[in-house]
Design a protein around this ligand. Structure first.
Ligand SMILES: Cc1cc2nc3c(=O)[nH]c(=O)nc-3n(C[C@H](O)[C@H](O)[C@H](O)COP(=O)(O)O)c2cc1C
Length: 190
């Protein structure tokens, strides 16, 4: 059976990292489907920072299916639906707060809640700076509940030639956390 993943883009700066992660997901031979979700502010940031709309992302691959943020009856809102992991890239402090407190009012936070209760990988690429006490406490809460807190802090040791290389190297590490590691020359070789 191929892997089914969820990629959510919320309203934080850094949506290009989300696009790079989506591209890594669809390129991976074991991935059969990626459910793409974007909050309203996530769509706005995506357009502002990359010039892309959700429809442009859907056109990248037939593996991508779109799920609306208000559609709480969507397949991925249920733990009985087969799914193998979720990444929120970028993850707003607001989305982190909703996940940390179990407020599943939209599909992003509901799908994340499902990941935690089903003990499936949930990677939260938080983007906010500086961090207040509420952010820090929420990160610890989701960590203790099983999420992987992976702030948008890219490594520079791969000497990225451009932003695309930087985004893609970060996406590689998100895939590692989802159990879909691939060989890559930009990994640290010692
Ligand atoms: C242009 C723009 C940039 C933003 N950047 C961030 C950010 O980097 N980090 C963050 O936590 N919130 C940021 N926000 C605020 C969130 O979008 C806001 O709290 C929103 O309610 C989050 O909702 P969502 O998680 O459903 O996308 C930004 C908002 C706008 C309009």
């Amino acid at each position: 059976m191929g892997r089914r993943l969820i990629l959510a883009i919320t309203g934080a700066s850094g949506s290009a990292f989300g696009v790079a992660t989506l591209k890594r997901m669809i390129r991976h031979p074991e991935v059969e489907q990626v459910a793409l979700l974007a909050s309203p502010t996530g769509r706005r940031c995506l357009l502002d920072e990359t010039g892309l709309k959700v429809d442009d992302l859907l056109a990248l691959s037939p593996k991508i299916v779109h799920r609306g943020e208000q559609n709480l009856g969507a397949d991925i809102a249920s733990g009985s639906y087969r799914n193998d992991g979720m990444a929120i890239v970028p993850c707003s402090a607001g989305a982190l707060g909703r996940i940390a407190t179990g407020i599943s009012e939209g599909l992003v936070s509901r799908a994340a809640d499902v990941m935690l209760k089903e003990r499936r990988p949930l990677v939260l690429c938080l983007r906010e700076t500086p961090l207040n006490r509420i952010h820090l406490e929420n990160m610890l809460r989701v960590h203790d509940a099983g999420a992987i807190v992976m702030p948008l802090m890219p490594g520079w040791y791969s000497n990225p030639a451009d932003f695309e290389a930087l985004f893609d190297t970060f996406a590689l590490r998100v895939m590692d956390q989802l159990g879909l590691a691939e060989e890559d020359p930009r990994r640290w070789q010692g």
